[in-house]
Write a protein that binds this ligand. Structure first.
Ligand SMILES: *[C@@H]1O[C@H](CO)[C@@H](O)[C@H](O)[C@H]1NC(C)=O
Ligand SMILES: *[C@@H]1O[C@H](CO)[C@@H](O)[C@H](O)[C@H]1NC(C)=O
Ligand SMILES: *[C@@H]1O[C@H](CO)[C@@H](O)[C@H](O)[C@H]1NC(C)=O
Ligand SMILES: *[C@@H]1O[C@H](CO)[C@@H](O)[C@H](O)[C@H]1NC(C)=O
Ligand SMILES: *[C@@H]1O[C@H](CO)[C@@H](O)[C@H](O)[C@H]1NC(C)=O
Ligand SMILES: *[C@@H]1O[C@H](CO)[C@@H](O)[C@H](O)[C@H]1NC(C)=O
Ligand SMILES: *[C@@H]1O[C@H](CO)[C@@H](O)[C@H](O)[C@H]1NC(C)=O
Ligand SMILES: *[C@@H]1O[C@H](CO)[C@@H](O)[C@H](O)[C@H]1NC(C)=O
Ligand SMILES: *[C@@H]1O[C@H](CO)[C@@H](O)[C@H](O)[C@H]1NC(C)=O
Ligand SMILES: *[C@@H]1O[C@H](CO)[C@@H](O)[C@H](O)[C@H]1NC(C)=O
Ligand SMILES: *[C@@H]1O[C@H](CO)[C@@H](O)[C@H](O)[C@H]1NC(C)=O
Ligand SMILES: *[C@@H]1O[C@H](CO)[C@@H](O)[C@H](O)[C@H]1NC(C)=O
Length: 409
């Protein structure tokens, strides 16, 4: 239900470089390793009410002198906060989603009492506006690059971003040399040479959407890993699993059949492994623990049906829960592991650490389950209220009838 924060909360401090004419900043994590990087230019155009009832527009640029106080690096969520001038700040929130990350929103707070920017402002308040940037599907361990202008409109503010180079969730303390370019920078959006001309979907992200026969829901398998024979389990997993993978131009899906799948693996203090083997496939799930929180850290899928296909991602941040509890997600979920590999889970429950008496401990449910849980509750409450109203109406009506009844006698 609740997401687990405070995992790698890092205190960041203002570190400023003046480089070319963009604003370049770096944010370090608690181990003083680079975790967020940005070099970008932003123009602001803010409309505000000036003394005398007129509206004015302030145009200014993001200065080179900024501090990064308030920036945060966590495993699946990071925030880049750039503070400048007299209490202005520009904030980008990043979220990690499997093998990609994205910027969810950009929030700009501006202090209208700063007369350097807002001459004769009627209000002296600090205003915050939020806009949605077009920064999605950025591969993990790659920099997002966009030289083109990106206009973000938010209420009375226009923000123009350009010459942007940003990386969140920096791995191993070094900015990546690999780039995910924005669609606007790509040479030309040549329409795909498909035979069936579909409607104009411009600059669509690459996900694999080749039509495939729909498979039935996979059977839910129960898997366990024991440290030694005749000992109780140290890792438990329960799920129905479907794998989607792209081999050359061909996209294929397969369900993992529990009855022909063998579970093995190992349990450690910081890392546990579940290996599912059938005669066609091998899937290795590696879980990591920092003693408080665990998560699925790596997934390696290999199949020899047809040609050999092997894809792995070793920097995942999925299925996060407290050590000593289990992670549960009953609703169907899909996770993009790499650009060629997607997994679908059904009735998922995993506990890779501290399993007691061969049974799952308290489950921490995923967001999707929590949401579907709320609907029946809301409906139930509404029904209850309705019943109470009907009953009240009935009793009031009855009382009146009785009262009038006595009078008429
Ligand atoms: C960041 O915030 C801390 C505490 O609020 C403050 O002491 C420090 O001066 C700030 N750093 C910069 C560069 O503004
Ligand atoms: C940004 O603002 C500066 C100064 O206000 C201006 O010279 C420049 O042309 C602007 N750039 C864009 C892309 O709007
Ligand atoms: C923002 O851009 C839109 C479209 O270009 C324009 O109509 C509007 O006046 C701009 N607002 C500000 C505050 O510059
Ligand atoms: C000033 O802008 C506000 C919205 O930002 C609008 O409600 C108001 O009518 C405008 N006033 C004038 C005089 O244009
Ligand atoms: C806003 O600007 C005014 C004037 O420059 C300053 O006194 C005030 O401290 C600023 N507010 C914040 C929150 O920084
Ligand atoms: C921005 O996105 C972050 C992360 O998804 C979220 O926590 C925050 O509430 C969002 N802020 C706004 C104003 O929508
Ligand atoms: C903001 O303006 C109001 C009245 O317009 C005033 O009472 C208040 O003291 C001002 N606040 C600041 C921080 O200047
Ligand atoms: C860039 O990506 C390619 C393919 O994903 C990879 O082989 C290469 O090692 C990466 N280079 C760097 C410097 O990360
Ligand atoms: C493990 O269990 C089997 C059958 O239950 C038994 O035959 C064997 O002796 C046990 N081994 C140990 C080391 O306890
Ligand atoms: C895999 O196992 C299935 C059933 O267990 C069997 O029908 C099939 O022939 C096997 N394939 C290979 C390549 O061994
Ligand atoms: C994934 O597993 C295959 C087969 O065991 C192996 O060859 C490959 O190196 C593994 N990939 C990673 C990244 O561990
Ligand atoms: C993957 O899940 C999202 C929501 O979590 C859903 O909108 C999307 O349709 C799913 N994709 C597939 C191919 O099932």
């Amino acid at each position: 239900m609740s997401r687990y924060a405070a995992f790698m909360l890092c205190l960041s401090f203002g570190l400023v470089f003046q480089f070319s004419h963009g604003t370049e900043v770096t944010v370090m994590d608690k181990d003083d390793k680079l975790c967020l990087y940005a070099d970008l230019m932003v123009n602001f155009s803010v409309s505000y009410e000036a003394v005398g009832g007129k509206n004015s527009t302030a145009n200014f640029e993001l200065p080179n002198q900024v501090t990064t106080n308030g920036s945060v690096c966590k495993t699946t969520r990071s925030v880049l906060k750039l503070n400048f001038g007299a209490g202005h700040s520009w904030t980008v929130a990043f979220t990690k989603k499997g093998s990609v990350y994205e910027a969810d929103n950009i929030t700009f707070s501006y202090n209208l009492s700063d007369s350097n920017y807002f001459n004769n402002s009627l209000s002296n308040e600090t205003v915050s506006v939020t806009g949605k940037p077009q920064i999605t599907n950025v591969g993990m361990d790659t920099c997002y690059s966009c030289k083109s202008k990106d206009l973000i409109q938010a209420d009375s503010v226009n923000m123009t971003l350009w010459n942007v180079l940003m990386q969140a969730f920096v791995i191993s303390g070094n900015k990546s040399e690999n780039i995910t370019s924005c669609s606007a920078d790509q040479p030309s959006t040549t329409p795909p040479p498909t035979t069936h001309a579909t409607s104009t979907t411009t600059a669509a992200p690459p996900p694999t959407t080749t039509p495939t026969p729909t498979l039935p829901t996979p059977t839910t398998g129960q898997y366990s890993v024991k440290p030694e024979v005749n000992r109780t389990a140290c890792l438990l997993a329960k799920f129905g699993l479907r794998i989607g993978f792209k081999q050359g131009e061909k996209y294929e899906e397969m369900n993992i059949e529990p009855s022909v799948t063998n579970a093995s693996g190992s349990c450690g203090v910081n890392s546990s492994e579940l290996v599912l083997t059938s005669n066609k496939t091998t899937i290795v799930f590696t879980f990591a623990s920092d003693t408080k929180i665990f998560h699925l850290h790596a997934l390696n899928f290999t199949t020899n049906s047809g040609e050999v296909f092997s894809e792995a991602n070793t920097s995942l941040g999925l299925w996060e829960a407290a050590v000593g509890s289990s992670y549960m997600c009953n609703k169907e979920q899909n996770y993009t592991i790499t650009s060629l590999l997607t997994i679908y889970t059904f009735n998922l429950q995993v506990q890779p650490f501290e399993v007691k008496k061969d049974a799952f401990s308290t489950a921490e449910e995923c967001q999707a389950d929590a949401e579907s849980f709320l609907v029946p509750i809301a409906v139930g409450v509404a029904l209850l209220v309705l019943i109470v109203i009907v009953l009240l109406a009935y009793f009031i009506g009855r009382k009146r009838n009785m009262a009038t009844g006595y009078e008429s006698f």
